[in-house]
Write a protein that binds this ligand. Structure first.
Ligand code: PLP
Length: 377
């Protein structure tokens, strides 16, 4: 299998599987006062320390969640509960993942004024545009770091630092799912008050994520119950998943630059192969993460090509996995030409991806170009 759908999810590494297993064996409830509970609590603390150290924050600022969807919902509704009664404006972008976009739509229904910033005519975001949308009535700015459909890197650090200088009370939140452990992400450098990450995009299991909440920022809890995670996120901690998450971060955190270098080479190789073919266009080529690539094959419908490639053992996605074949408004926002929207596939790499994988993909596409019916202009 040539798996090139790593922005959707990744294959857990051997170290992750063994950490999950040890978390299953270490089966005590972290809240129990006996030794079995203490051992489970120690392994949760160890993972929290690893993730905090990777993000350059303190363990007390990391809260485990069921994934980035929960982290984003907690951050957005939490910011509203904390400050949304006094101030009304929320600033975000038009290219956010639904796990940010839908909660923000909900805030709009609750009476907030939402300003959604678009990229310019070249598909690029300006930090100044994001900053300029913020005013004294703003309580939240939520902006993703890496777009999950194009790989575009948004100017979060610049925008958030400008915002924080002029409006220190505005809460800044970053959905970092596609940037975490792929780009060097540090909470302080990013000027983020809250930051969402997910395990399954970085070789950890599905169903585990975390939310960073800056010390001193008071956000009411989203999940109420037994008071776990210092009362911020109730529910018995999933010790096996948390152990797996910690192991995944530990494996990656010292190799971010090295892996990034490898991915840049692979991206370059992919783009060269697309250019050689002549009928494969790269939809978004600059200021991006090399892990996520959006390409279009002239006149070949995405879903048809996806299944053709699948039969040859090559797995890609059409747009974003979360949009399940729905036409992507996000690609239009990035000014991807109209004729490419129906023919876009997303090729997303993992640290295991290789040039041979790219060769198999291109061979598959070239076979499809010979055999499959083309879209009518
Ligand atoms: N945010 C982004 C940018 C994503 O790519 C995803 C998943 O595709 C999510 C949020 C949701 O993450 P999770 O699956 O952990 O809920």
């Amino acid at each position: 299998m040539v798996y090139l759908d790593n922005a959707a999810t990744t294959k857990p590494s051997a170290a992750v599987c063994s950490a999950v297993m040890s978390g299953l064996e270490n089966f005590g409830n972290p809240s129990s006062l006996h030794k079995a509970g203490l051992n489970a609590e120690l392994s949760v603390s160890r993972s929290r320390e690893i993730i905090a150290s990777a993000l350059g924050c303190t363990p007390e600022e990391i809260f485990f969640t069921s994934g980035a969807t929960e982290s984003n919902n907690t951050a957005i509704f939490g910011a509203y509960k904390a400050q949304g009664k006094r101030r009304k404006r929320v600033v975000t972008t038009t290219v956010e993942h639904p796990a940010v976009a839908r909660p923000v739509d909900e805030l709009e229904k609750l009476g907030c004024e939402v300003v959604r910033i678009s990229p310019d005519e070249n598909g690029k975001f300006s930090a100044r545009d994001i900053f300029s949308a913020v005013n004294g009535d703003t309580f939240l700015v939520s902006c993703m770091l890496v777009n999950n459909e194009t790989g575009a890197v948004l100017p979060v650090e610049k925008a958030f630092s400008m915002i924080k200088k002029k409006y220190p009370e505005v809460i800044t939140h970053c959905d970092c799912v596609q940037g975490f452990m792929k780009l060097p992400v540090k909470t302080k450098k990013l000027c983020a008050d809250m930051l969402s990450v997910s395990g399954h995009k970085i070789y950890a299991p599905k169903g585990i994520g975390a939310l960073y909440v800056r010390k001193g920022l008071h956000i009411p809890p989203f999940m109420l119950g037994g008071g776990q995670e210092k009362g911020f996120r109730s529910g018995t901690e999933s010790v096996p998943l948390i152990c797996g998450f910690g192991a995944a971060v530990e494996e990656l955190m010292y190799n971010i630059s090295e892996n990034l270098e490898k991915m840049r080479e692979l991206e370059k190789y992919l783009f060269e192969k697309c250019a050689e073919n002549g009928e494969i266009s790269v939809n978004y080529a600059e200021d991006k993460s090399p892990y996520v690539n959006s390409i279009s094959v002239k006149d070949l419908k995405s879903e048809v090509l996806l299944h053709f490639l699948e039969e040859r053992g090559v797995y890609v996605s059409s747009g974003s996995a979360c949009s399940k074949g729905k036409k992507s408004g996000v690609l239009q926002e990035f000014r991807i030409p109209a004729q490419n929207l129906d023919t876009t596939i997303r090729v997303s790499f993992s640290v295991l991806s290789s040039k041979e994988d790219v060769d198999r993909l291109i061979e598959g596409i070239e076979e499809a170009q010979k055999k499959l019916a083309r879209l009518k202009p």
